[in-house]
Design a protein around this ligand. Sequence first.
Ligand code: SAH
Length: 222
Amino acid sequence: MPVRFVPDEKDEAVARAELLLMLRKRGIRDTRILRAFEQVPRDLFVTADFHDLAWADQALPIACGQTISQPAVVATATVALDLAPGHSVLEIGAGSGYQAAILGHLAGRVVAVERFRTLARAAAERMKKLGLSNVEVLVADGSNGYPARGPYDRILISAAIEEVPPALFDQLLPGGVLVAPVGPHDGTQMLTRFERTPEGIVRRDLLPVRFVPLLPGVASVL
Ligand code: SAH
């Protein structure tokens, strides 16, 4: 008889522990960050088809042709943001809401914008389910940030961008940090950290990545 893989609670506990081990192996020691990854149930953010891979360190497809980022990449971006409990954070490209939920555990307030209404609604539902009342998911084009809720201590662009528009740096408080995958839409981008210092913007390369592109406007197909 063929054996079918049915994930049960024990498998999930093992997969969750493996994810945390992977983060430790990558040098992540900050207990607040590790705890955030432990507390955000990634299986809640993926479709039923991918439940058995929910805790694996890989990007997975979500609705609207988009993807939930790989946990290792979410972790690198999160570490680079250097978050404090009082921070106000903007995420551009909420997608499933997974990264926004991680940010919600580490910052004071998170505004996550998404151009697909379907994704934004589902992400907002997940925040509600998880009791993350400090994370607000909005349907909006974040190409030029979201000045209405700014300025921000931290900005994370979760979609590939060829160049960071100056309008985004304008929404960053002095001493603020912006992280974004910078590079061509159809290739590899460099996850890049920008810090607003008194001497100007200080730029540091973090990790080669592949993100879906940042597209202009709110999606017409919702
Ligand atoms: N952070 C997400 C993954 C992001 S995928 C997660 O944890 O699941 C990138 C997302 O950016 C996609 O959902 C895409 O629809 C969205 N996006 C692309 N261009 C955008 C724009 N101009 N404004 C807002 N969201 C955008």
